[in-house]
Design a protein around this ligand. Structure first.
Ligand code: SF4
Ligand code: SF4
Length: 233
C-alpha cells in the first residue's frame, strides 16, 4: 500500500464504490464508454485494487479516467455492489489534487470545466449559460440557434421570461445573492474551490507559466479544440 493509494482510500466515493472486485467484466460489458474508447472500468477497478502507487500514478496521468460518462450503469450490474463510477470520481479528484490531470489531453480539459462550469456556478448558480453556447463553437445547432443567440434578450422579453430577472421561474434568472452565498459556502466547505485552484496550478506547472496557460486557453476558445495547442515536450 502506498501514499497515493492511502489518499484514495480516504475518499468517501472510493469507500462507497469499492468492495473487492472479482474482475468479472460485467461493468465493462454494460459500459457505453467502453464501446467507443480504449477504456474498461474492469481494468480500472482491477488496477486500483493492486494498491500499487506506480500503477495508480500512471492511471492518474492517463486519458482513461476522463472517458467515463458517469452514467452509473456499472453500479447497477456489479455482483459485488461496486461502483466503478464512484471510484473514477475519487481518482479524478486525486489526479487534480496532485496535478497529474495536466499530463493527459482529456485531463487538460479540466481547465474548461473549471473556467466555464465551475466559475459559472460561483457567479450565476448555473453550469452553463446561453452566452457560452456560441454559434461558432456549436455550428451543429444551426441557423435557429444563431438567430436566438443574436436576439436572445428581445426574444425572452417577448416570451415573458426576461434575462437576469430576479426570482423569475425562467432559465437565465438571477439567483438571489443570499442563495448564491450559500452555494459558494458549499463549494468552499466541500473542497470544490480548492480543486478549482488546483486545476489552474496544475496547468501552470505543466505549461510553465500563467501566460502560457492563457495562450492555451485563448487557442482553445478560438479553435474550439484543445488538441490544436502544441505541447512542448
Ligand atoms: S462488475 Fe464489479 S466485480 Fe465485476 S469487474 Fe466490474 S467492478 Fe469488478
Ligand atoms: S459510469 Fe462510467 S464506467 Fe460506469 S458504465 Fe457509465 S461510463 Fe462506464
Amino acid at each position: 500500500m502506498g501514499k497515493l493509494f492511502d489518499e484514495l482510500a480516504q475518499d468517501i466515493n472510493y469507500q462507497h464504490g469499492m468492495n473487492a472486485c472479482l474482475n468479472c467484466g460485467i461493468c465493462t460489458a454494460v459500459c457505453p464508454a467502453a464501446e467507443v474508447y480504449d477504456y474498461s472500468p474492469r481494468e480500472v477497478m482491477n488496477l486500483v485494487q493492486t494498491e500499487d502507487d506506480e500503477l495508480i500514478e500512471d492511471l492518474l496521468k492517463s486519458d482513461k479516467i476522463w472517458f467515463c460518462g458517469q452514467c452509473f450503469s456499472c453500479k447497477t450490474r456489479c455482483p459485488r455492489g461496486n461502483s466503478a463510477a464512484s471510484v473514477i470520481l475519487a481518482l479524478r479528484r486525486l489526479s487534480v489534487r496532485h496535478g497529474f490531470f495536466a499530463e493527459s489531453e482529456k485531463g487538460r480539459q479540466q481547465l474548461f470545466a473549471k473556467r466555464v462550469f465551475g466559475e459559472n456556478m460561483l457567479k450565476r448558480g448555473y453550469t452553463l449559460t446561453a452566452e457560452n453556447i456560441t454559434p461558432e463553437h456549436f455550428p451543429e445547432l444551426g441557423e435557429n440557434w444563431e438567430y436566438y443567440f443574436e436576439h436572445m434578450a428581445e426574444m425572452r422579453e417577448w416570451w415573458g421570461v426576461p434575462m437576469d430577472l430576479e426570482n423569475s421561474p425562467g432559465s437565465h434568472r438571477r439567483i438571489p445573492e443570499k442563495d448564491m452565498d450559500e452555494l459558494r459556502a458549499i463549494y468552499e466547505k466541500t473542497g470544490a474551490i480548492e480543486l478549482m485552484q488546483a486545476v489552474e496550478k496544475g496547468m501552470e506547472k505543466k505549461l510553465g507559466s500563467k501566460a502560457e496557460v492563457e495562450k492555451f486557453w485563448d487557442n482553445w476558445v478560438e479553435t474550439a479544440d484543445s488538441r490544436t495547442y502544441k505541447m512542448k515536450d
